[in-house]
Design a protein around this ligand. Structure first.
Ligand code: WT7
Length: 651
């Protein structure tokens, strides 16, 4: 667990309480506390009620089949996700309602009504079919935050193709790995995307990845990148590469949605684990859509007139569930922004909130800490009185950041929903309900109605401090790891019998609220994103100068954690500043900029047990500047003192 006991004590003595404002509660989508009791009484009936709010082509005959560790939901039911996100909103007034409201970093704006978005998705669905994409084929999406990202996802869903979205910040090598693991047939990318005033050359990255992605037959390129476009145009490979706008020009705006089985796969999304390559988390159709629909509605209290903004990138699960599928299934107006929060200045987000009248705002603690550091003057310049509900996700939020969010952004009037979930859970699992739950800074409060979560010890006994556990299957749970069901069993279902292990530590307070304390495995949480220590270590060892490395997380004011790498060089290499920078760049190339170590410590030896296992626990103590724990099992205890000294010099 990353917090030391002092921090835990501080968290648990947090006794500020914020009941929902009376007017908020009175008008809330969920305002009857009976929902918790009803859901607990019969979870299947309860989830079936939510599912019944979606459109099904064929009804299900069985709500749940649980043969641990595999669950199926709404068996026999048939539906289509894009139909639920688009077509079913076209019969009434929502037809002309704004579905997607998009602002590019340079300030360009695009608006799609539900009808327009439907037409665009149908056109692209037809274009994909024209490229030979069939139900069950995999399509990789490597795009910036532009409307076409949502269009591409929905178009895949429409024809039953399985999408695998790869975050635009990932390196060519990461992209190729994911193409190959999924055996994708088509790659959808863009010439470039705007970030902090510059253009990220996505097509150039994609081309590099494509040299090593033999299964990709076609590449669709969206034109976005201004001056890059011309260069990209001349580099298009005949027969393989196609401009998105050319494909759409000839395509019909009508396309029959594929009738999908409730358990057909909707998407794969890769996420980091402790060992090996990222895992392809598999989500299916009916259960996933049911839970993202239900949680978007109940947790974000969505009403017809809301302007909803989730600042995540579509490359992460938050973008899948709470930019695209959940809000559109609810017929909401979704705001999407392409760029950085500090371009052209640090007021950009608040300027956007004011100009579009954003009412519900969902972001990450790492962003909140950055805003807090930038100071009150930035939000202070804008009228944020339109906001009525705030949310956070990605890591535990420290109470000071929560209080700042509450005051400087929420004007002390907006409830804050701190939502705990994971790529694997697909949708929100632990959260306050904004019209019902008293919130406390730093806790995600209670399991969502219909979710059963608790805290267990190593033996599977209930305890008030230990591991978070989910004790029964939920509709949007991952179904397996793509191509590796053994890994699915081993990672999530082997700690306790038939109970899901999320990998987080947690404590329960006197009100039964769950306080998530962070990861208990060797997975880092950098700026709200999971990075496996193993991945970074493999990238380092891949460099010709490196013999061995050990990577640990270190507390960071804004990012939550940053990466510290202990590196042993091969004979004949010297740990210079230049080499340090080279290693950092190397990791950036192998994985992506997000995984670059902030600190590289060269050391002739690492603390190892007599059997040769690196004791990361001790390295974490060193990186955090804590008293180093038990060193009696070390082969050479003196190594710790040497490292501490070197570390102090480096920092
Ligand atoms: C891990 C999942 C779910 C989308 C974003 C991250 C941490 C997430 C919270 C929260 C405390 C949180 C956990 C979890 N986490 N939300 N509200 N409070 N911790 O998705 O990359 O799959 O990471 O993020 O450690 O296991 P992810």
């Amino acid at each position: 667990m990353k917090s030391d006991t002092g921090a835990l004590d501080a968290l648990l003595s947090e006794d500020r309480r914020f009941p929902p404002p009376a007017d908020f509660s009175a008008a809330a989508v969920v305002r009857d506390p009976e929902i918790y009791r009803k859901a607990a009484e019969n979870r299947e009936v309860y989830w079936a009620e939510w599912a019944g709010e979606l459109d099904w082509f064929e009804p299900w005959h069985t709500v749940l089949e649980w043969s641990p560790p595999h669950a199926k939901w709404f068996l026999g039911g048939r539906l289509n996700v894009s139909h639920n996100c688009l077509d079913r909103h076209l019969s009434g007034a929502r037809r002309d309602k704004t579905a997607l409201l998009w602002e590019g970093e340079p300030g360009d704006v695009r608006r799609y009504t539900y009808q327009q978005l439907h037409a665009e998705v149908c056109r692209f669905a037809n274009a994909l079919r024209g490229l030979g994409v069939e139900k069950g084929d995999r399509v990789t999406i490597y795009l910036p935050m532009i409307p076409e990202a949502a269009v591409a996802m929905l178009a895949c869903a429409r024809i039953g193709a399985i999408h695998s979205v790869v975050f635009g910040g990932f390196s060519p090598e990461s992209l190729a790995d994911r193409n190959n693991d999924a055996k994708s047939k088509v790659l959808i990318t863009a010439d470039g995307g705007w970030r902090r005033g510059g253009i990220v050359p996505l097509k150039a990255n994609a081309d590099e990845a494509l040299r090593d992605s033999p299964t990709i037959e076609h590449v669709v390129v969206v034109r976005r990148g201004g001056e890059l476009s011309e260069k990209v145009a001349t580099g298009l490979q005949d027969g393989r590469d196609h401009w998105y706008h050319d494909l759409l020009a000839g395509a019909s705006p009508e396309s029959e949605p594929e009738s999908m089985d409730s358990e057909d796969i909707l998407y794969i999304l890769y996420t980091s684990g402790t060992t090996g390559k990222p895992k392809g988390v598999v989500h299916t159709t009916g259960g996933y859509l049911t839970q993202v629909y239900a949680t978007t509605r109940a947790v974000f209290d969505l009403k017809e007139d809301d302007v909803y903004w989730c600042t995540a990138d579509v490359g992460w699960v938050t973008g899948h569930s709470y930019i695209v599928y959940g809000p559109l299934a609810n017929g909401a107006t979704v705001l999407m922004y392409e760029g950085a929060p500090d371009t052209p200045d640090r007021g950009r987000f608040w300027d956007i909130c004011q100009r579009y009248g954003v009412t519900v705002f969902y972001t990450a603690p790492t962003a909140i800490r950055a805003f807090m550091r930038w100071g009150d003057q930035w939000p202070g310049r804008y009228d944020l009185s339109g906001l009525r509900l705030l949310g956070t996700v990605g890591e535990p939020i420290n109470p000071e950041a929560w209080m700042w969010y509450h005051r400087a952004i929420g004007g002390e009037r907006c409830p804050i929903v701190d939502t705990w979930w994971q790529t694997e859970t697909g949708a929100i699992m632990i959260t306050p309900l904004p019209g019902l739950t008293d919130t406390k800074p730093g806790t995600a409060a209670l399991p969502f109605p219909g979710i059963e979560a608790t805290i267990l010890d190593n033996n599977g006994e209930e305890t008030s401090a230990g591991y978070l556990a989910v004790t029964s299957p939920w509709p949007s749970m991952l179904r397996t790891v793509w191509g590796d069901d053994d890994r699915y069993r081993a990672t999530y279902w082997s700690r306790w019998p038939n109970v899901y292990f999320p990998g987080d530590g947690a404590k329960r307070d006197q009100d039964g609220y769950l306080w998530i304390l962070g990861r208990v495995d060797d997975v880092l949480n950098v700026a709200g994103h999971r990075i496996g220590t193993m991945e970074v270590e493999s990238a380092l060892v891949d460099h010709h100068a490196v013999a061995e490395s050990a990577v640990v997380g270190k507390s960071h004011d804004i990012k939550g954690q940053s990466i510290a790498a202990f590196v042993t060089l091969k004979e004949g290499f010297e740990g210079t500043d230049a080499l340090e920078e080279e290693l950092r760049e190397h990791v950036g190339r192998k994985i992506g900029a997000i995984a670059k170590p902030e600190l590289v410590i060269f050391s002739a030896d690492l603390p190892k047990t007599r059997s040769g296992k690196i004791m990361r626990r001790l390295l974490r103590d060193i990186a955090e500047g804590r008293t180093v724990g038990d060193t009696t099992t070390l082969a050479d205890p003196a190594v710790v003192a040497r490292l501490q000294k070197m570390y102090a010099e480096e920092e």
